[in-house]
Design a binder for this molecule. Structure first.
Ligand code: SF4
Ligand code: ZN
Length: 333
């Protein structure tokens, strides 16, 4: 039987690119140390920060919340979680249950945003009404709601569960489309724009997808094991994932090298052009008079619904005693 290379206990994992076995506890510590190092190296958080964690109910966001909860005392930040019930049939029912159980297990306050109730339509309904693919509408809605919640909660950072595999694939896809502005947003963190947008951080930046799964599994964190039914539509991502996996198989460490090299050059990529504006309806970040969500909801419902989302989240946050916020953060060091 393989033994942990640190303590000699039965091994639970093999780290191929380091050629060593680890037991459960040392494996959990290994992943948490990776997350801690990435957060320190890329100055993702500072003492007293409020970090809003986007929880989808899947393995990556479970691993993200698990690792952030384990490190919160050491690094001195506070965490709050948000889950959006997208209304994607049974998948959303199970994702919401998993997110609720996870937040409870880790003692993290959770805001659940039921899209049907708050926005007036689910993702499949919005896709039908707008004539856009579900993933395109869903991506926009998730970006809007998480940012709106982060602004309402006066969060200092919004944490996303993107792992090294995801980022390698997004990077290659954007490169193939020559969408260099999209690559400029794939670094370990983006900056906040006061009052309109909260900066995003990716604490799992150097964590592989398999590592994130095994971490969530060995730590006993609740998560959904199935994919969203619309993931089938993302054909290009699936093909690029196979390519990246083959490269990793032949050259262990490839994915992490790709994302860490990207982090070094991220400032060389062109940023989206045009001035940053404030949406005339909801007051959040926009590229024109209205933000993308308010443009879409104005077109399909005859009214912009961003203000209603902000108000709903604000009320929920007040009920949970999360706002007004008391402590001010120290800068990331
Ligand atoms: Fe949304 Fe598409 Fe992801 Fe499903 S697969 S959660 S529709 S982005
Ligand atoms: Zn708006």
């Amino acid at each position: 039987m393989a033994r942990c290379s640190v303590c000699g206990a039965p091994a639970a994992a093999y780290i191929r690119y380091q050629r060593r076995y680890l037991c459960r506890d040392h494996y959990l510590g290994f992943v948490e140390e990776k997350v801690r190092r990435a957060m320190e190296k890329y100055r993702m958080v500072g003492k007293g920060y409020r970090v809003l964690v986007a929880l989808s109910g899947g393995k990556d966001s479970a691993a993200l919340l698990g690792a952030l909860a384990s490190l919160r005392e050491k690094l001195g930040y506070e965490i709050v979680a948000i889950h959006i019930d997208l209304g994607i049939y049974e998948y959303s029912v199970r994702s919401r249950e998993a997110a609720e159980r996870l937040a409870e297990k880790l003692g993290v306050p959770l805001i659940v945003v039921p899209l049907k109730e708050v926005l007036g339509a689910t993702i499949p309904e919005l896709a039908k009404l707008s004539g856009r693919p579900p993933c395109s509408v869903c991506g926009m809605v998730k970006r809007y709601v998480t940012n709106a919640a982060a602004v309402e909660l006066e969060a200092d950072a919004l944490a996303l569960g993107h792992n090294a595999d995801d980022l390698a694939v997004y990077n290659l896809k954007s490169f193939l489309n020559q969408d260099l502005e999209a690559i400029s947003k794939l670094g370990p963190k983006t900056e906040s724009v006061p009052g309109v947008a909260v900066g995003r951080i990716r604490p799992l930046y150097t964590v592989y997808e398999k590592e994130s799964f095994l971490y969530a599994y060995l730590k006993g964190l609740p998560f959904v094991h199935e994919d969203c039914p619309f993931v089938e539509n993302q054909q290009m991502e699936r093909q690029l994932k196979e390519v990246v996996n083959r490269l990793e198989e032949e050259r262990p460490g490839t994915k992490v090298q790709l994302v860490t090299k990207l982090a070094l050059r991220i400032r060389d990529y062109p940023r989206p052009r045009g001035e940053i504006r404030r949406c005339k309806a909801c007051g959040l970040i926009a590229s024109g008079d209205l933000c993308a969500l308010d443009r879409l909801t104005l077109r399909i419902f005859g009214e912009p619904r961003g203000p209603r989302i902000r108000e709903w989240i604000g009320e929920r946050a007040r009920e949970l005693g999360l706002i007004p916020r008391r402590a001010a953060p120290a800068p990331a060091s």
